[in-house]
Design a protein around this ligand. Structure first.
Ligand code: SF4
Length: 500
Protein backbone atom coordinates (compact mmCIF):
# COMPACT_ATOMS: atom_id res chain seq x y z
CA UNK A 1 0.00 0.00 0.00
CA UNK A 2 1.46 3.42 -0.93
CA UNK A 3 1.93 6.09 1.78
CA UNK A 4 0.70 9.66 1.56
CA UNK A 5 1.16 12.72 3.77
CA UNK A 6 -2.12 14.18 2.57
CA UNK A 7 -5.32 12.29 1.86
CA UNK A 8 -8.23 13.87 -0.03
CA UNK A 9 -11.66 12.32 0.24
CA UNK A 10 -15.40 12.74 0.53
CA UNK A 11 -18.40 10.53 1.25
CA UNK A 12 -19.89 7.88 -1.04
CA UNK A 13 -22.58 10.17 -2.50
CA UNK A 14 -19.77 11.94 -4.40
CA UNK A 15 -17.08 9.24 -4.55
CA UNK A 16 -18.93 7.28 -7.23
CA UNK A 17 -19.50 7.57 -10.94
CA UNK A 18 -23.24 6.85 -10.68
CA UNK A 19 -22.87 3.85 -13.05
CA UNK A 20 -21.26 6.20 -15.60
CA UNK A 21 -24.47 8.27 -15.89
CA UNK A 22 -24.04 11.69 -14.36
CA UNK A 23 -27.78 12.47 -14.19
CA UNK A 24 -28.22 9.64 -11.69
CA UNK A 25 -26.28 11.79 -9.23
CA UNK A 26 -29.50 13.73 -8.61
CA UNK A 27 -30.85 10.56 -6.96
CA UNK A 28 -28.39 10.84 -4.06
CA UNK A 29 -30.28 13.93 -2.84
CA UNK A 30 -33.49 11.94 -2.35
CA UNK A 31 -34.94 11.15 1.06
CA UNK A 32 -34.77 7.49 2.02
CA UNK A 33 -38.34 6.57 1.13
CA UNK A 34 -37.21 3.19 -0.27
CA UNK A 35 -34.71 0.70 1.23
CA UNK A 36 -31.34 2.37 1.63
CA UNK A 37 -29.30 -0.45 0.11
CA UNK A 38 -31.33 -0.28 -3.07
CA UNK A 39 -31.19 3.54 -3.37
CA UNK A 40 -27.47 3.57 -2.61
CA UNK A 41 -26.69 0.88 -5.18
CA UNK A 42 -28.84 2.63 -7.80
CA UNK A 43 -27.49 6.15 -7.39
CA UNK A 44 -24.00 5.91 -5.87
CA UNK A 45 -22.36 2.50 -6.19
CA UNK A 46 -18.72 2.21 -4.99
CA UNK A 47 -16.04 3.27 -7.45
CA UNK A 48 -13.24 0.94 -8.57
CA UNK A 49 -9.94 1.43 -6.71
CA UNK A 50 -6.57 -0.10 -6.00
CA UNK A 51 -5.65 -0.15 -2.30
CA UNK A 52 -8.17 2.67 -1.85
CA UNK A 53 -6.62 4.88 -4.56
CA UNK A 54 -9.70 5.57 -6.66
CA UNK A 55 -10.03 5.24 -10.41
CA UNK A 56 -12.32 8.26 -10.87
CA UNK A 57 -12.69 11.09 -8.35
CA UNK A 58 -14.69 14.34 -8.16
CA UNK A 59 -13.02 16.93 -10.39
CA UNK A 60 -12.40 19.48 -7.62
CA UNK A 61 -10.56 16.89 -5.53
CA UNK A 62 -8.48 16.03 -8.59
CA UNK A 63 -7.56 19.71 -9.02
CA UNK A 64 -6.50 20.00 -5.41
CA UNK A 65 -4.54 16.73 -5.66
CA UNK A 66 -2.72 17.94 -8.79
CA UNK A 67 -1.78 21.26 -7.15
CA UNK A 68 -0.44 19.51 -4.04
CA UNK A 69 1.57 16.95 -6.02
CA UNK A 70 3.00 19.69 -8.26
CA UNK A 71 4.14 21.44 -5.06
CA UNK A 72 6.07 18.31 -4.08
CA UNK A 73 3.57 17.05 -1.49
CA UNK A 74 2.70 13.33 -1.34
CA UNK A 75 -1.08 13.44 -1.79
CA UNK A 76 -3.81 11.28 -3.32
CA UNK A 77 -7.59 10.98 -3.53
CA UNK A 78 -8.67 8.00 -1.42
CA UNK A 79 -11.94 6.09 -1.23
CA UNK A 80 -13.87 6.99 1.95
CA UNK A 81 -13.78 3.36 3.13
CA UNK A 82 -9.97 3.42 3.03
CA UNK A 83 -9.37 6.74 4.79
CA UNK A 84 -8.87 4.97 8.18
CA UNK A 85 -6.07 2.81 6.73
CA UNK A 86 -4.16 5.77 5.29
CA UNK A 87 -4.58 7.86 8.41
CA UNK A 88 -3.36 4.93 10.51
CA UNK A 89 -0.45 4.64 8.11
CA UNK A 90 0.76 8.17 8.79
CA UNK A 91 -1.23 10.67 6.66
CA UNK A 92 -1.06 13.96 8.55
CA UNK A 93 -3.70 15.99 6.74
CA UNK A 94 -7.17 14.94 5.56
CA UNK A 95 -8.86 17.30 3.09
CA UNK A 96 -12.61 16.85 2.65
CA UNK A 97 -14.59 18.60 -0.05
CA UNK A 98 -18.34 18.52 -0.55
CA UNK A 99 -21.01 20.53 -2.31
CA UNK A 100 -23.79 19.91 0.20
CA UNK A 101 -22.41 18.95 3.61
CA UNK A 102 -25.66 19.10 5.57
CA UNK A 103 -28.29 18.95 2.82
CA UNK A 104 -28.98 22.71 2.93
CA UNK A 105 -28.53 23.25 -0.82
CA UNK A 106 -31.20 22.51 -3.39
CA UNK A 107 -32.45 20.04 -4.46
CA UNK A 108 -31.80 18.21 -1.14
CA UNK A 109 -33.38 21.00 0.92
CA UNK A 110 -36.43 20.99 -1.38
CA UNK A 111 -37.22 17.37 -0.56
CA UNK A 112 -36.65 17.74 3.15
CA UNK A 113 -39.05 20.70 3.32
CA UNK A 114 -41.99 18.32 3.14
CA UNK A 115 -40.74 14.73 3.33
CA UNK A 116 -40.03 13.53 6.80
CA UNK A 117 -37.08 11.30 5.95
CA UNK A 118 -33.35 12.03 5.76
CA UNK A 119 -31.79 12.32 2.30
CA UNK A 120 -29.19 9.73 1.36
CA UNK A 121 -26.36 12.27 0.86
CA UNK A 122 -26.93 13.74 4.33
CA UNK A 123 -26.84 10.30 5.95
CA UNK A 124 -23.70 9.32 4.03
CA UNK A 125 -21.84 12.50 4.97
CA UNK A 126 -22.79 12.24 8.64
CA UNK A 127 -21.60 8.62 8.81
CA UNK A 128 -18.36 9.55 7.07
CA UNK A 129 -17.55 12.54 9.28
CA UNK A 130 -18.42 10.61 12.43
CA UNK A 131 -15.88 7.97 11.39
CA UNK A 132 -13.35 10.74 10.82
CA UNK A 133 -14.11 12.14 14.28
CA UNK A 134 -13.33 8.77 15.88
CA UNK A 135 -10.09 8.57 13.89
CA UNK A 136 -9.09 11.99 15.21
CA UNK A 137 -9.28 10.59 18.74
CA UNK A 138 -6.77 7.89 17.83
CA UNK A 139 -4.39 9.50 15.33
CA UNK A 140 -2.66 12.83 15.01
CA UNK A 141 -3.85 14.46 11.78
CA UNK A 142 -5.49 17.75 10.76
CA UNK A 143 -8.91 17.96 9.14
CA UNK A 144 -9.38 20.62 6.44
CA UNK A 145 -12.80 21.24 4.87
CA UNK A 146 -13.04 23.23 1.67
CA UNK A 147 -15.14 24.15 -1.34
CA UNK A 148 -17.86 26.65 -2.31
CA UNK A 149 -20.45 25.13 0.03
CA UNK A 150 -18.45 25.52 3.25
CA UNK A 151 -20.76 28.42 4.16
CA UNK A 152 -22.96 25.60 5.49
CA UNK A 153 -20.46 25.02 8.34
CA UNK A 154 -21.00 28.63 9.41
CA UNK A 155 -24.69 27.78 9.88
CA UNK A 156 -23.68 24.92 12.20
CA UNK A 157 -20.71 26.24 14.21
CA UNK A 158 -21.15 23.65 16.99
CA UNK A 159 -20.40 20.90 14.46
CA UNK A 160 -17.03 22.47 13.60
CA UNK A 161 -15.89 21.58 17.12
CA UNK A 162 -17.89 18.38 17.42
CA UNK A 163 -16.38 16.87 14.28
CA UNK A 164 -12.90 18.21 14.97
CA UNK A 165 -12.51 20.49 11.95
CA UNK A 166 -9.12 22.24 12.14
CA UNK A 167 -9.28 24.54 9.10
CA UNK A 168 -12.14 25.82 6.92
CA UNK A 169 -11.09 27.12 3.50
CA UNK A 170 -14.09 29.08 2.22
CA UNK A 171 -13.40 29.16 -1.47
CA UNK A 172 -16.07 30.51 -3.70
CA UNK A 173 -13.20 32.19 -5.46
CA UNK A 174 -10.94 30.71 -7.99
CA UNK A 175 -7.78 30.72 -5.91
CA UNK A 176 -8.56 27.64 -3.87
CA UNK A 177 -5.69 25.41 -5.00
CA UNK A 178 -2.76 27.78 -4.21
CA UNK A 179 -4.36 28.62 -0.84
CA UNK A 180 -4.79 24.95 -0.08
CA UNK A 181 -1.14 24.25 -0.92
CA UNK A 182 -0.03 26.98 1.53
CA UNK A 183 -2.35 25.69 4.24
CA UNK A 184 -1.14 22.11 3.84
CA UNK A 185 2.53 23.16 3.83
CA UNK A 186 2.09 25.02 7.08
CA UNK A 187 0.22 22.13 8.66
CA UNK A 188 2.90 19.64 7.61
CA UNK A 189 5.55 21.95 9.08
CA UNK A 190 3.60 22.06 12.33
CA UNK A 191 2.88 25.80 12.00
CA UNK A 192 -0.30 27.57 13.09
CA UNK A 193 -3.06 28.06 10.53
CA UNK A 194 -6.17 30.19 11.08
CA UNK A 195 -9.34 28.21 11.63
CA UNK A 196 -11.23 30.09 8.93
CA UNK A 197 -9.73 31.30 5.65
CA UNK A 198 -11.84 33.20 3.15
CA UNK A 199 -10.76 33.05 -0.50
CA UNK A 200 -12.14 36.24 -2.03
CA UNK A 201 -14.57 36.06 -4.92
CA UNK A 202 -12.64 38.35 -7.27
CA UNK A 203 -9.42 36.38 -6.84
CA UNK A 204 -8.34 34.19 -9.68
CA UNK A 205 -5.29 32.02 -10.18
CA UNK A 206 -3.09 33.12 -13.10
CA UNK A 207 -3.30 30.55 -15.91
CA UNK A 208 0.40 29.73 -15.67
CA UNK A 209 -0.11 28.63 -12.05
CA UNK A 210 -3.02 26.35 -12.81
CA UNK A 211 -2.18 22.66 -12.74
CA UNK A 212 -4.21 20.24 -14.89
CA UNK A 213 -5.58 17.09 -13.26
CA UNK A 214 -3.29 14.04 -13.38
CA UNK A 215 -5.89 11.28 -13.01
CA UNK A 216 -9.42 10.48 -14.16
CA UNK A 217 -12.32 12.57 -12.92
CA UNK A 218 -15.87 11.31 -12.31
CA UNK A 219 -17.44 10.58 -15.69
CA UNK A 220 -14.58 12.42 -17.38
CA UNK A 221 -15.79 15.84 -16.27
CA UNK A 222 -13.26 18.55 -17.14
CA UNK A 223 -13.67 22.24 -16.51
CA UNK A 224 -13.33 24.50 -19.56
CA UNK A 225 -13.91 27.81 -17.81
CA UNK A 226 -15.17 29.55 -14.67
CA UNK A 227 -17.47 32.43 -13.89
CA UNK A 228 -20.51 33.76 -15.68
CA UNK A 229 -21.32 37.15 -17.23
CA UNK A 230 -25.02 37.03 -16.23
CA UNK A 231 -24.59 37.30 -12.43
CA UNK A 232 -28.04 36.22 -11.28
CA UNK A 233 -28.66 37.43 -7.73
CA UNK A 234 -29.33 34.00 -6.18
CA UNK A 235 -26.30 32.27 -7.73
CA UNK A 236 -22.94 31.82 -6.01
CA UNK A 237 -21.09 30.28 -8.97
CA UNK A 238 -21.88 33.23 -11.22
CA UNK A 239 -20.11 35.64 -8.88
CA UNK A 240 -16.69 34.37 -10.01
CA UNK A 241 -14.79 36.28 -12.70
CA UNK A 242 -15.35 34.94 -16.23
CA UNK A 243 -12.39 33.10 -17.75
CA UNK A 244 -11.87 30.32 -20.26
CA UNK A 245 -9.10 27.74 -20.23
CA UNK A 246 -6.97 27.34 -23.36
CA UNK A 247 -7.49 24.30 -25.56
CA UNK A 248 -4.14 22.73 -24.71
CA UNK A 249 -4.99 22.78 -20.99
CA UNK A 250 -8.36 21.15 -21.70
CA UNK A 251 -6.68 18.60 -23.95
CA UNK A 252 -4.29 17.58 -21.17
CA UNK A 253 -7.19 17.01 -18.79
CA UNK A 254 -9.10 14.93 -21.36
CA UNK A 255 -5.91 12.95 -21.95
CA UNK A 256 -5.62 12.23 -18.21
CA UNK A 257 -9.05 10.64 -18.42
CA UNK A 258 -8.54 8.75 -21.67
CA UNK A 259 -5.22 7.37 -20.41
CA UNK A 260 -7.04 5.81 -17.45
CA UNK A 261 -9.87 4.34 -19.50
CA UNK A 262 -12.58 7.00 -19.25
CA UNK A 263 -13.73 7.13 -22.85
CA UNK A 264 -16.62 9.62 -22.54
CA UNK A 265 -16.74 12.92 -20.74
CA UNK A 266 -18.41 16.17 -19.84
CA UNK A 267 -17.31 19.72 -20.66
CA UNK A 268 -18.05 21.75 -17.56
CA UNK A 269 -18.62 25.49 -17.12
CA UNK A 270 -21.60 27.78 -16.60
CA UNK A 271 -22.31 28.02 -20.35
CA UNK A 272 -20.55 25.81 -22.91
CA UNK A 273 -22.08 27.93 -25.71
CA UNK A 274 -20.14 30.96 -24.45
CA UNK A 275 -16.74 29.23 -24.51
CA UNK A 276 -14.15 31.74 -25.74
CA UNK A 277 -16.53 34.71 -25.51
CA UNK A 278 -16.27 37.70 -23.20
CA UNK A 279 -19.93 38.67 -23.59
CA UNK A 280 -23.31 36.89 -23.91
CA UNK A 281 -22.83 36.38 -27.67
CA UNK A 282 -21.28 33.00 -28.58
CA UNK A 283 -17.95 32.80 -30.34
CA UNK A 284 -18.84 30.05 -32.89
CA UNK A 285 -15.29 29.24 -33.86
CA UNK A 286 -14.21 28.65 -30.25
CA UNK A 287 -17.32 26.59 -29.41
CA UNK A 288 -16.81 24.35 -32.44
CA UNK A 289 -13.11 23.93 -31.65
CA UNK A 290 -13.57 22.84 -28.04
CA UNK A 291 -16.35 20.40 -28.94
CA UNK A 292 -14.40 19.03 -31.88
CA UNK A 293 -11.40 18.46 -29.63
CA UNK A 294 -13.54 16.61 -27.07
CA UNK A 295 -15.25 14.47 -29.71
CA UNK A 296 -11.92 13.54 -31.29
CA UNK A 297 -10.83 12.07 -27.94
CA UNK A 298 -14.06 10.69 -26.47
CA UNK A 299 -16.86 8.41 -27.68
CA UNK A 300 -19.52 10.73 -26.34
CA UNK A 301 -19.50 14.26 -24.97
CA UNK A 302 -21.89 15.89 -22.51
CA UNK A 303 -22.18 19.49 -21.38
CA UNK A 304 -22.58 20.46 -17.75
CA UNK A 305 -24.52 23.68 -18.41
CA UNK A 306 -25.56 26.12 -21.10
CA UNK A 307 -28.00 29.02 -21.24
CA UNK A 308 -31.19 29.13 -23.27
CA UNK A 309 -30.54 32.66 -24.51
CA UNK A 310 -27.08 31.77 -25.88
CA UNK A 311 -28.64 28.85 -27.76
CA UNK A 312 -31.15 31.13 -29.47
CA UNK A 313 -28.59 33.78 -30.41
CA UNK A 314 -27.00 31.34 -32.83
CA UNK A 315 -29.34 28.46 -33.71
CA UNK A 316 -27.06 27.35 -36.49
CA UNK A 317 -24.22 26.87 -34.01
CA UNK A 318 -26.41 24.63 -31.83
CA UNK A 319 -27.42 22.57 -34.87
CA UNK A 320 -23.83 22.24 -36.10
CA UNK A 321 -22.42 21.21 -32.71
CA UNK A 322 -25.27 18.76 -32.07
CA UNK A 323 -24.72 17.26 -35.52
CA UNK A 324 -21.01 16.87 -34.83
CA UNK A 325 -21.43 15.27 -31.38
CA UNK A 326 -24.53 13.14 -31.88
CA UNK A 327 -23.38 10.59 -34.41
CA UNK A 328 -26.26 8.18 -33.79
CA UNK A 329 -23.96 5.29 -32.94
CA UNK A 330 -21.67 6.14 -30.06
CA UNK A 331 -23.86 9.03 -28.98
CA UNK A 332 -27.62 9.42 -29.37
CA UNK A 333 -28.34 12.36 -27.07
CA UNK A 334 -26.60 15.33 -25.53
CA UNK A 335 -27.53 16.08 -21.92
CA UNK A 336 -27.16 19.52 -20.37
CA UNK A 337 -28.39 21.46 -17.33
CA UNK A 338 -30.15 24.75 -18.02
CA UNK A 339 -31.79 27.36 -15.83
CA UNK A 340 -35.40 28.24 -16.55
CA UNK A 341 -35.88 29.48 -12.97
CA UNK A 342 -39.18 31.29 -13.56
CA UNK A 343 -41.91 31.96 -16.09
CA UNK A 344 -42.53 35.39 -14.60
CA UNK A 345 -41.05 38.41 -16.35
CA UNK A 346 -41.24 40.35 -13.08
CA UNK A 347 -39.15 37.80 -11.19
CA UNK A 348 -36.63 37.68 -14.02
CA UNK A 349 -36.38 41.48 -14.07
CA UNK A 350 -35.89 41.60 -10.32
CA UNK A 351 -33.36 38.80 -9.75
CA UNK A 352 -31.80 37.83 -13.09
CA UNK A 353 -32.26 40.58 -15.67
CA UNK A 354 -29.18 39.47 -17.61
CA UNK A 355 -30.28 35.87 -18.03
CA UNK A 356 -32.27 36.50 -21.25
CA UNK A 357 -29.63 38.79 -22.77
CA UNK A 358 -29.08 39.81 -25.54
CA UNK A 359 -32.89 39.51 -25.77
CA UNK A 360 -35.18 41.77 -23.74
CA UNK A 361 -36.32 40.35 -20.41
CA UNK A 362 -40.00 40.64 -21.49
CA UNK A 363 -39.34 37.87 -24.03
CA UNK A 364 -38.14 35.33 -21.41
CA UNK A 365 -41.08 32.87 -21.58
CA UNK A 366 -40.82 32.80 -25.40
CA UNK A 367 -37.04 32.33 -25.22
CA UNK A 368 -37.53 29.31 -22.97
CA UNK A 369 -40.09 27.71 -25.26
CA UNK A 370 -38.14 28.35 -28.44
CA UNK A 371 -34.87 27.07 -26.95
CA UNK A 372 -36.58 23.90 -25.69
CA UNK A 373 -38.00 23.35 -29.20
CA UNK A 374 -34.54 23.88 -30.74
CA UNK A 375 -33.00 21.40 -28.30
CA UNK A 376 -35.75 18.85 -28.91
CA UNK A 377 -35.24 18.97 -32.68
CA UNK A 378 -31.50 18.45 -32.19
CA UNK A 379 -31.62 15.63 -29.61
CA UNK A 380 -30.31 17.84 -26.82
CA UNK A 381 -31.97 16.97 -23.52
CA UNK A 382 -32.10 19.78 -20.97
CA UNK A 383 -32.44 19.10 -17.24
CA UNK A 384 -33.94 22.43 -16.22
CA UNK A 385 -34.15 24.05 -12.80
CA UNK A 386 -37.02 26.18 -11.49
CA UNK A 387 -36.57 28.29 -8.35
CA UNK A 388 -39.55 28.46 -6.05
CA UNK A 389 -39.86 31.16 -3.38
CA UNK A 390 -37.45 33.85 -4.57
CA UNK A 391 -37.79 37.02 -2.46
CA UNK A 392 -40.77 39.14 -3.55
CA UNK A 393 -42.50 36.23 -5.33
CA UNK A 394 -46.29 36.69 -5.79
CA UNK A 395 -49.02 34.22 -6.66
CA UNK A 396 -49.18 35.43 -10.27
CA UNK A 397 -45.43 34.78 -10.68
CA UNK A 398 -45.87 31.16 -9.61
CA UNK A 399 -48.94 30.73 -11.85
CA UNK A 400 -46.94 32.08 -14.83
CA UNK A 401 -44.19 29.52 -14.11
CA UNK A 402 -46.70 26.66 -13.83
CA UNK A 403 -48.21 27.62 -17.18
CA UNK A 404 -44.77 27.73 -18.76
CA UNK A 405 -43.92 24.27 -17.40
CA UNK A 406 -47.13 22.91 -18.92
CA UNK A 407 -46.31 24.46 -22.30
CA UNK A 408 -42.91 22.69 -22.23
CA UNK A 409 -44.54 19.23 -22.15
CA UNK A 410 -43.91 18.45 -25.86
CA UNK A 411 -40.16 18.85 -25.45
CA UNK A 412 -37.92 16.02 -24.21
CA UNK A 413 -36.55 17.30 -20.89
CA UNK A 414 -36.66 17.09 -17.12
CA UNK A 415 -37.70 20.02 -14.94
CA UNK A 416 -36.52 20.10 -11.33
CA UNK A 417 -38.10 22.58 -8.89
CA UNK A 418 -35.83 23.89 -6.15
CA UNK A 419 -36.79 25.96 -3.14
CA UNK A 420 -34.85 29.20 -2.84
CA UNK A 421 -31.80 28.92 -0.57
CA UNK A 422 -29.91 32.09 0.46
CA UNK A 423 -26.51 30.66 -0.39
CA UNK A 424 -23.66 32.32 1.49
CA UNK A 425 -21.64 33.86 -1.35
CA UNK A 426 -24.62 34.95 -3.50
CA UNK A 427 -26.11 38.48 -3.52
CA UNK A 428 -29.26 37.10 -1.84
CA UNK A 429 -27.19 35.39 0.87
CA UNK A 430 -28.87 37.38 3.66
CA UNK A 431 -32.47 36.84 2.56
CA UNK A 432 -34.97 34.59 4.33
CA UNK A 433 -35.17 30.88 3.54
CA UNK A 434 -38.30 29.86 1.64
CA UNK A 435 -40.63 28.05 4.04
CA UNK A 436 -44.23 28.97 3.23
CA UNK A 437 -45.70 26.55 0.70
CA UNK A 438 -49.05 27.75 -0.68
CA UNK A 439 -51.57 25.80 -2.77
CA UNK A 440 -50.32 27.51 -5.96
CA UNK A 441 -46.79 26.22 -5.19
CA UNK A 442 -48.24 22.72 -5.03
CA UNK A 443 -49.70 23.20 -8.54
CA UNK A 444 -46.21 24.07 -9.78
CA UNK A 445 -44.51 21.15 -8.01
CA UNK A 446 -47.08 18.72 -9.41
CA UNK A 447 -46.68 20.14 -12.93
CA UNK A 448 -42.91 19.48 -12.67
CA UNK A 449 -43.48 15.96 -11.33
CA UNK A 450 -45.95 15.15 -14.13
CA UNK A 451 -43.50 16.48 -16.72
CA UNK A 452 -40.73 14.28 -15.25
CA UNK A 453 -42.95 11.19 -15.14
CA UNK A 454 -44.00 11.76 -18.76
CA UNK A 455 -40.43 11.99 -20.06
CA UNK A 456 -38.37 9.92 -17.62
CA UNK A 457 -39.48 6.51 -18.84
CA UNK A 458 -38.81 7.39 -22.47
CA UNK A 459 -35.45 8.88 -21.55
CA UNK A 460 -34.32 5.79 -19.64
CA UNK A 461 -34.56 3.77 -22.87
CA UNK A 462 -32.80 6.41 -24.96
CA UNK A 463 -30.18 7.34 -22.34
CA UNK A 464 -29.13 3.82 -21.33
CA UNK A 465 -29.00 1.87 -24.52
CA UNK A 466 -25.99 -0.36 -23.79
CA UNK A 467 -26.62 -3.96 -22.67
CA UNK A 468 -24.54 -3.49 -19.50
CA UNK A 469 -27.22 -1.11 -18.22
CA UNK A 470 -30.01 -3.68 -18.40
CA UNK A 471 -30.24 -4.15 -14.61
CA UNK A 472 -29.94 -0.43 -13.80
CA UNK A 473 -32.57 0.31 -16.48
CA UNK A 474 -34.95 -2.21 -14.95
CA UNK A 475 -34.31 -0.86 -11.44
CA UNK A 476 -34.96 2.71 -12.58
CA UNK A 477 -38.22 1.70 -14.25
CA UNK A 478 -39.33 -0.06 -11.08
CA UNK A 479 -38.39 3.03 -9.11
CA UNK A 480 -40.44 5.20 -11.49
CA UNK A 481 -43.43 2.88 -11.23
CA UNK A 482 -43.31 3.34 -7.44
CA UNK A 483 -43.17 7.14 -7.84
CA UNK A 484 -46.19 6.97 -10.19
CA UNK A 485 -48.04 4.86 -7.68
CA UNK A 486 -47.24 7.37 -4.93
CA UNK A 487 -48.16 10.42 -7.03
CA UNK A 488 -51.71 10.88 -5.59
CA UNK A 489 -50.37 10.50 -2.04
CA UNK A 490 -47.59 12.99 -2.75
CA UNK A 491 -50.15 15.54 -3.98
CA UNK A 492 -52.42 14.91 -1.00
CA UNK A 493 -49.52 15.33 1.43
CA UNK A 494 -48.33 18.52 -0.27
CA UNK A 495 -51.81 20.04 -0.22
CA UNK A 496 -52.34 19.32 3.46
CA UNK A 497 -48.84 20.68 4.13
CA UNK A 498 -49.68 23.88 2.20
CA UNK A 499 -52.93 24.33 4.10
CA UNK A 500 -51.27 23.90 7.46
S1 SF4 B 1 -26.75 32.18 -15.73
FE1 SF4 B 1 -26.53 30.41 -14.37
S2 SF4 B 1 -24.37 30.39 -13.74
FE2 SF4 B 1 -24.79 32.40 -14.63
S3 SF4 B 1 -25.25 33.66 -12.84
FE3 SF4 B 1 -27.20 32.91 -13.67
S4 SF4 B 1 -27.64 31.01 -12.51
FE4 SF4 B 1 -25.46 31.53 -12.19
Amino acid sequence: MPRFDVVLSTDRSLMTNHHGKEFLGFGTTMPLILPRRFIQWLFCPPIRHRDGVVWQAPYSLRRAEAALVAAGIRAAVIDPDYVPRYVADGARVLIVRHHDWFGLNPPTSTWTAFIDKEPLNVVLFREFIERVRKLKDRYDFKLVVTGPAVWQWLHKPHLVEEYGVDVIVDSNGDREEPVLVNVVRRLLEGKRVPKYIKVGVPDSTPMERMVPIMHASVNGLVEIGRGCPRRCAFCSVGQRPLRWYPLDFIEREIEANVREGVDSGILSCTDVLLYGSSSVIPNPEAVIKVNKLAKSMWRSVGWSHCTLAAALVNRRLVEDVAHMLIDGEKQKLLGVEVGVESGSVEIMRKHMPAKPRPFPVEKWPEIVEQAFALFHENNIVPAATIIVGLPGEREEDVVATTELVKRLRPYRSLIVPMFFVPMGPSRLGREEWFRRIKPYHVDLLMACLDHALYWAERLIDEYMTEKRFAIVRRALKWFLSRVKEYRPRVEEKLRSFAES
